[in-house]
Design a protein around this ligand. Structure first.
Ligand code: HEC
Ligand code: HEC
Length: 305
């Protein structure tokens, strides 16, 4: 009888050890896949642009785009000298690097081509594909606007701050290894034609600006869980013109109130995961352009993204 019992215990033990083994292999596998994916480098053909360094109106334009449309400060810090975006056991440490020319920044000798490699292709100077950096949101901006942005960055007071880099936690590794947090590089079609739109209160210009919203609200504008977002954030709202769950019943004035005051049509406060404080400084024409685009987009039920 003793033998029989021992046999069962041994079998059980074996099973448990086996499970642990499988689990450990899984974790180790994720670790290697994600580490490999992060270290992999790619080559991209980058079209250079000419940057009007020191040109006052270009720097003003760049400042406006960065502050009120592109959201760079959300991830690179209020002084653009780098910040911790997220730091928890599961996701790991996510750091938005120093974008000034101060000590500890990798960008001191960034050429205009290096800037375009990062902003239009999602690839660092060393050929690494950048993680979480939403380059796909900026690809529709024309050369003049991109050059203005670079001119603005180069004019910033240098901030001396070491980059901390990204070190993924177990869930972060799993999300990268399985492609649930994809690289911008993989989402960008380098051959896609840029729209010819000029700034103005038009749907066409809205199609350029909407890139600032789609990272969170989805390319179909229907919202849902934000990929790579802070787990504390609420789901992004449905901003497609769906009558039930979206903005189908909203007027332009309701939209302006949301963007400038952070209040919904019913007066309730919008969570600050939605960067409305940055959008509050947006020009009327740009708000109108976004609205024209949103109104004409297909209505979608909440969450299909
Ligand atoms: C959602 C967060 C987020 C936003 C918004 C964002 N970035 Fe980034 N950016 C990152 C992260 C994270 C990295 C580091 C990625 C890595 O090292 O894999 C990065 C990297 C970069 C790099 C490359 C630095 C290097 O290592 O060579 C540049 C340049 C850059 N960002 C510029 C910008 C600019 C300009 C904007 C606004 C137009 C912007 N970023 C908006 C998160 C963001
Ligand atoms: C960093 C993520 C993020 C970005 C970028 C973003 N949003 Fe949002 N937005 C959210 C979240 C999250 C909510 C829901 C907030 C809540 O539940 O209180 C929201 C809510 C809204 C609402 C309120 C709708 C409602 O019914 O609650 C509007 C309008 C809106 N966003 C428009 C925009 C537009 C236009 C842009 C681009 C210019 C944009 N958002 C960019 C995250 C974002």
């Amino acid at each position: 009888m003793g033998e029989k019992k021992g046999g069962i215990v041994r079998k059980l033990m074996f099973g448990v050890v086996g499970l642990f083994g499988l689990f450990a292999c899984g974790i180790a596998g994720m670790h290697f896949v994600s580490a490999g994916k992060l270290a992999e480098t790619v080559e991209v053909e980058v079209a250079d642009i000419s940057v009007p360094d020191g040109d006052r109106s270009a720097m003003e334009r760049g400042k406006y785009l960065v502050n009120h449309l592109m959201g760079c400060r959300e991830c690179h810090g209020d002084d653009l000298g780098g910040k911790v975006i997220m730091d928890n056991g599961a996701m790991g440490l996510w750091y938005g690097p120093n974008l000034t020319r101060g000590k500890g920044s990798k960008l001191a000798d960034y050429s205009s081509k290096d800037w375009m490699r990062a902003l239009r292709h999602g690839v660092g100077k060393d050929g690494r594909r950048l993680l979480l950096m939403p380059s796909e949101d900026y690809v529709n901006f024309g050369d003049d606007d991109m050059a203005a942005v670079v001119a603005y960055f180069r004019s910033l007071p240098p901030v001396d701050r070491e980059d901390q880099g990204i070190s993924l936690g177990p869930i972060g590794k799993m999300l990268v290894a399985t492609g649930q947090i994809p690289f911008a590089f993989e989402k960008i079609d380098p051959k896609a034609r840029r729209p010819e739109a000029k700034p103005g209160p038009t749907r066409e210009w809205g199609a350029v600006l909407i890139g600032s919203c789609t990272g969170c609200h989805g390319t179909g504008l229907s919202g849902g869980k934000i990929p790579g977002g802070d787990p504390k954030w609420p789901q992004a709202a449905n901003i497609s013109p769906d009558k039930e769950t979206g903005l189908g019943q909203w007027s332009y004035e309701d939209f302006v109130k949301a963007m400038r005051e952070g209040k919904r049509k019913d007066g309730s406060a919008i969570n600050e995961a939605m960067p409305w404080k940055a959008y509050a400084g947006m020009k009327d024409d740009d708000l109108r352009a976004l609205w024209e685009y949103i109104k004409a987009a297909p209505a979608k039920a909440m969450g299909g993204r």
